[in-house]
Design a protein around this ligand. Structure first.
Ligand code: SF4
Length: 463
């Protein structure tokens, strides 16, 4: 656990020299280059507290994000397979100690039905999520679930990338998971603060801090080279958590030459009978939350950053600008809830936590276009073997955009042709045309040819 150096992190948090506005300003100048910043520099930026430096921080983070990822926001939805869990995490409604939760585990047929609903909304990328349970969330079951998801086909409309968020596995089990054809394996440490971790995880296999911390290493050693890490903000000081997340990202990059494919920054939201979620021990206010996202963006410019529907719509709109590159939309966090959802805003008896953004995928699509962001349904990278170091090389050099822009345009056009409402089509088609017009001539020709193929009915056009 040497790379989460609590003593070093605490000394950075307590270092009064890192409160200097002159130093913070110098670091912001350096961060413009999109080459990243050090842990010490990140600690200094986390101390920013003047309106002027906040403005500069947010501006630099936006520019760095746009330099690497452009204005694209990749869309996905979570699919919960079961809310059974043998762990007892004080911030989660699925915890074994919650006797009021209605437990639900999807059958393979129900997984297929839920997938059909999500495909019919226009989704192409799912994140499969489940609690930890030897029988109800076994690796064998996860494999069968993935098979069901990929099997759904509605006239060529299908899920093209399945990412996974499940409990840590052994290296051998990760090899099996990889063979199921997954995209990213995601695992959040929740809190990197050891004492807090032990207080929050009362019982179950999850109490093993190190087993969880080294899960990304085992996944990479098993050949899964797109791994996602994250922390659940609100359990301990947000500066400690941010600096630990960055330490983890730097460690993976140094050890394997591939940093995390994504970083997630969930923040505690109320959850049924989950005391730490109902009264977060270190609640993070909106401004600090925006600050930490911007600092992560400047520290690891190449990494995708994910924002979920935990946050309310109005705040999500604001946070996109400081470095977010992937978002969920139209989400539900209880098993089977897409079927049951209708117009409802969730299922408090069986969901993991309360959502802040209840809008449908198409509403989010229209909204983000109105803010100047391009929704992307692209799933090309892992199918074109642009994973791990190959993806990182493109992202670090800023060249990923040359591939992603055409793919985003083609997949967004496919979405609008199949699922767009009058509102999303009106704003989306205009955005596609303006983006093509602004591109270089060779790119324009390439994209127009791709879009012609989409308009002729071809599905899944990418390069
Ligand atoms: S956070 Fe995960 S492991 Fe903990 S109780 Fe919830 S589902 Fe189980």
């Amino acid at each position: 656990m040497e790379f989460i150096n609590e003593r070093l992190i605490n000394s950075l948090i307590g270092d009064s020299a890192l409160h200097s506005p002159a130093l913070q300003s110098e670091i912001l100048d350096k961060a413009k280059d999109a080459k990243g910043i050090t842990l010490r520099e990140a600690a200094a930026l986390l101390n920013i507290n003047s309106p002027e430096l906040y403005d500069r921080l947010f501006t630099e983070a936006k520019e760095v994000k746009e330099r690497i990822y452009g204005n694209r926001l990749v869309m996905f939805a979570p699919l919960y397979l079961t809310n059974a869990c043998v762990n007892n995490c004080l911030y989660c409604a699925f915890r074994t100690g919650n006797k009021d939760l209605v437990r639900r585990s999807l059958s393979l047929e129900e997984i297929r039905n839920e997938t059909e609903i999500l495909v019919a909304q226009g989704h192409k990328r799912l994140l499969l999520v489940c609690g930890e349970h030897p029988k109800l969330a076994s690796l064998d079951f996860v494999g069968k679930a993935i098979e069901q998801v990929y099997a759904v086909d509605q006239n060529g409309n299908n899920i093209r990338r399945v990412n996974i968020n499940i409990a840590p596995l052994s290296t051998e089990e990760f090899r099996i998971l990889k063979s199921f054809g997954i995209g990213t394996y995601q695992i959040f440490q929740e809190t990197y603060h050891f004492d807090t971790y032990m207080k929050m995880h009362l019982s179950g296999p999850k109490r093993d801090f190190a087993w969880r911390l080294y899960a990304p290493d085992r996944a990479i050693m098993a050949g899964i080279d797109d791994v996602g890490i994250g922390a659940l903000f609100g359990l301990t000081d947000f500066r400690f958590e941010t600096l630990s997340l960055l330490s983890h990202a730097f460690e993976l990059d140094t050890k394997y030459g591939i940093g995390p494919h994504t970083i997630s920054i969930p923040r505690l939201e109320p959850a049924l009978n989950a005391p730490a979620a109902l009264q977060p021990p270190h609640a993070v206010d909106d401004l600090s939350f925006k600050k930490l996202i911007a600092v992560i963006r400047l520290a690891v410019p190449y990494t995708g950053m994910i924002l979920s529907t935990r946050e309310r719509a109005e705040l999500r709109r604001d946070l996109f600008s400081v470095g977010i590159s992937q978002i969920s939309a139209g989400s539900r966090t209880s098993p089977g809830s897409y079927k049951d959802s209708g117009e409802s805003e969730g299922d408090v008896d069986s969901e993991q936590f309360q959502l802040g953004d209840h809008r449908s995928l198409d509403e989010v699509v229209a909204d983000i276009c109105s803010l100047g962001y391009m929704p992307s349904f692209c799933t090309a990278c892992y199918r074109s073997e642009r994973t791990g170091d190959r993806f990182m090389e493109l992202a670090k050099s800023g060249n990923i955009g040359k591939i992603c822009v055409p793919n985003a345009l083609a997949t967004f056009k496919e979405y609008l042709n199949e699922y767009g409402t009058d509102e999303s089509c009106e704003i989306g088609l205009k955005m596609i045309e303006e983006t093509i017009e602004k591109s270089s001539k060779p790119l324009q020709n390439k994209v127009r040819r791709m879009i012609e193929r989409v308009d002729a009915g071809e599905k899944d056009v990418f390069f």
